[in-house]
Design a protein. Structure first.
Length: 203
């Protein structure tokens, strides 16, 4: 009992944040998520370098390995993904591999549906992104009601980069962000809207 109490006392809630493809405002995102410690979580970043020849399987394996490491240490783990970092399979595909180990998943303006609407140039520059989108289409059918209760989708009604229809998973809790463009909607969710975002992970 003493050992159990000691482990619980040292337990933290780690939130692994996965940004999107080629984010030119990544440094701002990293600064914002460091403020989440004021809300009682430890935010860490897991970038998914989509460009290059490395296979998607190696990239997702590193993300899953981080989940496993924190869980072995007795911590709670949640995932947050933005834009392609969410819908491209980074957080959702990782969740499918560790459903019992992950407390919650939130995706912000996440590209989930319609992989055929991604430009050929984007896929050519980021071949692992194409693989992740293809895998995600198959994996979505594996989600049952209990799995979906751990998921939350944050979307902007005026996002033209990732329109609302691209973000929808039937049965998943949806949270509408203010009517902002893609980039600003993500920054809002990570800053002013972070209270609501993190609350969905703690439920």
């Amino acid at each position: 009992m003493l050992l159990y109490s000691s482990l619980m006392a040292g337990q933290r809630h780690y939130v692994i944040y996965v940004p999107g493809i080629g984010d030119d405002f990544l440094h701002v995102q990293l600064l914002l998520i460091q403020c989440w410690r004021l809300r009682g979580v430890r935010a860490v970043t897991a970038t998914m370098p989509w460009a290059g020849e490395e296979a998607f399987e190696a990239k997702i394996a590193r993300l899953v390995s981080r989940v496993d490491t924190y869980r072995r240490q007795g911590h709670r783990v949640s995932l947050v993904g933005a834009s392609a970092g969410a819908g491209a399979g980074a957080v959702l595909n990782a969740y499918l591999q560790r459903k019992e180990e992950i407390q919650g998943v939130a995706y912000i303006c996440g590209k989930v549906n319609y992989p055929d609407t991604v430009s050929a140039q984007t896929y050519a520059r980021n071949p692992a992104f194409k693989t992740s989108m293809q895998q995600l289409q198959n994996n979505l059918s594996l989600l049952v009601a209990a799995d979906k209760r751990k998921l939350s989708s944050f979307y902007s009604p005026v996002d033209t980069t990732v329109p609302y229809a691209d973000t929808v998973i039937e049965g998943v809790l949806e949270q509408k962000l203010p009517p902002l463009g893609h980039r600003w909607a993500i920054l809002y969710a990570l800053s002013i809207g972070s209270g609501k975002l993190l609350h969905t992970l703690k439920k």
